[in-house]
Design a protein around this ligand. Structure first.
Ligand code: DGJ
Length: 565
């Protein structure tokens, strides 16, 4: 009975999707500019969906949530309530190609239909050859045939449950399935654009050793470093990642020779070698998919501990340190994306580079996420931020993250207007951080972590660990700003010639409704520390005493400034 219900439900979804396509007249000729794509704008890259810049306010489902329609059905309403507009959902190779060459997209159709009917966009995560380094998602006809589909080995000769990236058979089987997937997505969604981006594999990288020691890998490692890589390094010599350039320089900037001759002996070079082979493999998989439907495609990275001095062995992981190798080896991968759980600000800076827009597939939710999302969009022109396990890790609504997603949603038109033009910035502050100075437009803002004043005869409220203040600032005119955030104080100083002091002319609290500014209270007196600074209170439900939390539903302030001698 249960099987028949699922089968009918899946069939209904598929027919509904095909009907929707027929109605919208989808065809393979949809031009690249019609479908979701990336577009450079000044120093930024924007994700364009339905012709307009799109900011992905996202949540990633747990790995296998989207493999059952029954299971995912109850999540859609919760995702909508969480102010999420984009869902990162896994598509597993072993589910769509259980038999070689036979594809079943019925569950995927239901997922696309479910997201679409809740006005949600999707980023599909292609769980195929690798997931967190290992190979748990290939279909069993791949897993069982380890002669045809070889594994990686450690130096000690131990087989790892990880398909080697140096096998054409592994690569071509994956690429074939991925092409079928992208063809199907184009057929059922080529007009609606529910699916806006694709993550190819998940957190790839060698496990159990610093490189694969299979026979094919040993032969390749003993051979010459590839011409294409060395040509790329020469062409980009002045813009290479400093740590990587140093490693190449240390061995004399050689432009030919074995891997170890060019980059020096050791685990770091083994990581560079693996990065090249993962990049080449994923590039072919992406190429096969883009030939069917060229959506933006990225890879995500499990990260490393910052503060290291030496060049760490990456095992080929798409770390910023080997971004040049990935860019050289995988031109069909549009960007590398950090799964930034720790050291958020550092990794945002390391991954938002010319030609590599910032997208955060996985990070923390709740109060930490609420601060981080403002920083990623405001400081690094992010195209999206996603909390891992967004609505599945707690049944209670995540009011903190919902609050920040609501702020970004309100500011979205302004953010899209100012991405890449230098008129927007943001801060992320820990309690002991000194005030930060940021130049935005004609003024320098000094932003500090707001520690609530202690009322007489009371004790200061202890600041919980991992508490971050954050703010986003947009210069909407020569002397006009929109500012918002969590627990900050802001003062302004001119940074252009003229009268030396900046004063608060008008301060309005308000909200954006469908892009239109709707002012609420006019602020002065206590609200602006008698005209000395802008205070953005901590949101409701945060760590400060209730009377110090923001009371107003309006969380944004519009500030106009004047100059005086
Ligand atoms: C990072 C991976 O990319 C995710 O799929 C998941 O495994 C998390 N780690 C841990 O939940």
């Amino acid at each position: 009975m249960k099987f028949r219900t699922c089968f009918c439900a899946a069939l209904v979804c598929h027919l509904a999707l095909v009907a929707a396509q027929a109605q919208s007249g989808s065809d393979a000729t949809a031009s690249a500019s019609d479908i979701p794509h990336l577009r450079t704008r000044g120093a930024a890259t924007q994700l364009i969906v339905d012709g307009r810049p799109f900011l992905a306010l996202a949540g990633e489902l747990n790995n296998d949530s989207a493999t059952s329609l029954e299971y995912v059905r109850r999540l859609w309403p919760r995702l909508v309530l969480a102010k999420i507009n984009t869902v990162l959902a896994g598509v597993s190779w072993n589910q769509i190609e259980r038999q070689e060459g036979k594809f079943d997209f019925s569950v995927l159709d239901g997922v696309i239909q479910g997201a679409r009917s809740h006005d949600l966009r999707l980023v599909l995560l292609w769980f195929a050859s690798w997931k967190n380094s290992l190979s748990s998602y290939p279909p069993d006809w791949v897993k069982k045939d380890f002669d045809r589909f070889p594994r990686a080995r450690t130096k000690a000769g131990k087989t790892v449950e990880l398909l080697t990236p140096l096998s054409d058979a592994n690569r071509d089987a994956d690429a074939g399935a991925f092409a079928a997937l992208m063809r199907h997505v184009r057929e059922v969604d080529g007009r609606e654009h529910t699916v806006i981006m694709i993550q190819v594999e998940n957190e790839v990288g060698m496990e159990g050793d610093s490189r694969d020691h299979s026979a094919a890998a040993d032969a390749a490692y003993a051979g010459p470093a590839p011409r294409e890589l060395l040509d790329y390094l020469q062409q980009h010599k002045d813009t290479l990642i400093p740590e990587f350039r140093k490693a190449w320089e240390a061995a004399g900037f050689k432009t030919s020779g074995t891997w170890e001759e060019v980059f020096g002996p050791g685990a770091a070079t083994e990581g560079i070698f693996m990065a090249w082979h993962y990049a080449r493999y994923l590039d072919r998989v992406a190429a096969a998919g883009k030939a069917e439907y060229p959506l933006p495609m990225f890879v995500n990275a499990a990260l490393y501990g910052v503060g290291r001095t030496e060049f760490p062995p990456s095992g080929g992981r798409p770390w910023d340190l080997v971004m040049d190798v990935w860019k050289a080896g995988a031109p069909r991968i549009d960007f590398l994306a950090p799964d930034a759980y720790g050291n958020f600000a550092e990794f945002c800076a390391k991954y938002s580079r010319p030609g590599n827009p910032l997208f955060i597939p996985e990070s923390l939710n709740q109060a930490v996420g609420a601060a981080r999302v403002l920083y990623a969009f405001g400081r690094h022109n992010a195209i999206g931020f996603s909390a891992m396990g967004a609505v599945e890790r707690s049944s209670a609504p995540d009011t903190a993250l919902i609050g920040s997603y609501d702020l970004i949603e309100q500011l979205a038109p302004l953010i899209a207007q100012h991405q890449g033009d230098g008129a927007m910035s943001a801060v992320l502050l820990s309690p002991d951080d000194p005030p930060q100075k940021v130049q935005v437009g004609n003024y320098t803002l000094t932003v500090s972590f707001a520690k609530p004043r202690v009322a007489p005869l009371t004790q200061p409220t202890p600041i919980p660990p991992n508490t971050f203040a954050a703010g986003i600032f947009i210069a909407a005119g020569p002397d006009e700003y929109f500012v918002t955030g969590l627990g900050i104080n802001i003062t302004f100083a001119p940074n252009t010639p003229g009268l030396p002091h900046a004063g608060l002319a008008t301060v309005e609290e308000g909200s954006f409704v469908d892009g239109r500014w709707v002012p609420g209270r006019m602020l002065a007196g206590d609200s602006t520390d008698e005209g000395q600074s802008i205070g953005i209170a901590w949101p409701p439900g945060s760590w400060v005493p209730e009377y110090r939390q923001r009371a107003s539903p309006d969380a944004i302030q519009r500030v106009t400034l004047y100059r005086y001698p």
